[in-house]
Structure formats: C-alpha cells, structure tokens
Design a protein around this ligand. Structure first.
Ligand code: BT5
Length: 240
C-alpha cells in the first residue's frame, strides 16, 4: 500500500444481483483492483461462514466483502469489521455486543458475522454478513435476528451501507495507527467477559471464564484458576 495515500473503503462499489459468495468474488478480483474496493450482492447462492459452514443469504440482507491490502496480514482485521457493524447498529438505536471473535449479537441473538480470508501479504477480504431486512430461515430463528425484526420496520439499505462504510473507514484507520485503541474498544464491546464460555476447537472442548481480550486479539480464559490464551483461528465460542 502507498503509505502517503489514505485508503477509502467504498471508493469503488461493485453491486451484483447474485453471486456464489461475495468473498469468493472478491478473492477472484483482488489482485487487479485497488484497496478499498467493495463487492455487494443482493443474494448469495453459496454464502459461507467459517470452516465450511453456510451463511443464509436471501434478498434483503447486506452481504458484502471489502478488499484490503494491508502491509502485513493481521488476524485482528476481523475486529475492524466487527466494530464497524457494532457502531452501525448503535447508529440505528440498537445495543450490539461482540461475541468474540467474529459475531455480533443483539438481544441474545446473532445479527451479523464476519469472515476474513486472504492471501498472506497480498490482500485480505473482509466479508460482512448483516441481517437487515431479510427473512431468517426457520431453522435459525432461535439463534438469529434481523434489524427489521428488532426495529419493527424495514430499514433503508443505502443508509445502512453508508453508515457501515463510514465506520469501516474510521476503524481501519485506527487499526493502522493505534491497534491498541481498537482493541480497547473491542474489549468494551465484548459482552462475554466475566461469563463462562465453552470453546470448541476441532475435538477439543475447553470450559472456562472469559477474562479478557488481549491486544493481540486472543481471548484469555480462566480454567479452574489456570489462565490460558485462546488464539482465534477457527475456534467456536458457545455460551453454555
Ligand atoms: C460467520 O461464520 O459468522 C461469518 C459469516 C460471514 C458472512 C459474509 S456474507 C458476505 C461474505 N460472503 C460470504 O460468503 N460470507 C461473508 P460462523 O462463525 O462460522 O457462523 C456460521 C453460523 O452462523 C452458521 O453455522 C449458522 O448457525 C449461523 N448463520 C447462518 N446464516 C446466518 C444468518 N443469516 N444470520 C445469523 N446466523 C446465521
């Protein structure tokens, strides 16, 4: 990246009616487009979460991917997305919390998920899925919610996007200049601290009290008095 030039996330927005996954689309074009390019699709036919999980992406939601080209790939980029989504939800009067490492919850349910992928030191694609006006599939209704459901009326998508781009720009800049300040905000927005959580990592299950989110983005867990750092790679966190 050219250090002297400030990136503008959303300087170019590619709007699609449908694609497999905006993250996959973004990865295909990433080498040829400038940093800050955004891909949005009305529908995804193969929206995905982490570890091959699927992401329900019917029309009405905000399904987007941001192409970033930081000097050095950094797993904490996922928090740029999480904080930007949280601030956007606050702008609409909602009270979001970050469920470390990559979910945003409101009223005890998941409203958004972030999926960062990339090619080391070339680009990072920051995928953001936010339930805005889309229906939630019946099998997810116990655990997922949309902005429309919470607010009681459909939201103007352009306005949601405008707020999200604004906050993405602000947090990306803070991330580059003062990652410690960004992590302090992550800590403040993380609602699991002090609570007992279950960490599932492949076949390994850890149960402990979430104590802190450290500056490197890892979660500090107290397991029967023993402190353990959990790196966020591909772990899942459940609240028992
Ligand atoms: C995530 O994965 O939460 C990351 C989701 C990222 C989606 C965006 S949309 C734009 C971009 N393009 C893509 O293809 N992906 C990104 P994970 O932590 O693995 O959570 C996945 C789980 O969330 C699923 O197994 C379901 O339980 C649940 N889920 C699926 N669709 C959902 C939805 N629309 N709202 C809330 N929860 C959902």
């Amino acid at each position: 990246m050219d250090e002297g030039r400030e990136t503008m996330i959303g300087i170019r927005v590619i709007k699609l009616d449908e694609t497999d996954s905006t993250n996959e689309y973004a990865k295909r074009i990433a080498p040829e487009v400038p940093e800050g390019t955004v891909v949005i699709a009305k529908r995804q036919t193969a929206g995905k979460g982490r570890k091959g999980r699927s992401w329900a992406s019917p029309e009405g939601g905000l399904w987007m991917s941001v192409i970033l080209k930081p000097q050095k790939v950094d797993p904490r980029l996922v928090f740029v997305g999480a904080l930007a989504v949280a601030d956007t939800l606050s702008d609409f009067g909602l009270a979001p919390g970050i469920k470390w490492p990559n979910d945003i919850w409101v009223a005890g349910k998941k409203i958004a998920g972030i999926l960062a992928e990339g090619k080391a030191d070339e680009y990072t694609v920051l995928g953001i899925g936010l339930n805005v006006n889309n229906p939630i599939p019946p099998e997810l209704q116990r655990d997922a919610i949309s902005m429309m459901e919470l607010i009681g009326t459909p939201l103007p998508m352009d306005r949601v996007l405008e707020r999200l781009l604004f906050h993405l720009n602000a947090w990306y800049r803070i991330f580059k200049e003062r990652p410690d300040i960004m992590m302090a905000k992550v800590r403040e927005r993380t609602f699991i601290l002090g609570r007992t959580v279950r960490i599932v990592e492949d076949d390994n299950v850890l149960i402990g009290r979430a104590v802190d989110v450290l500056d490197d983005g890892s979660l500090l867990l107290d397991i029967d008095g023993q402190l353990r750092r959990i790196l966020y790679g591909d772990v899942s966190l459940r609240i028992p």
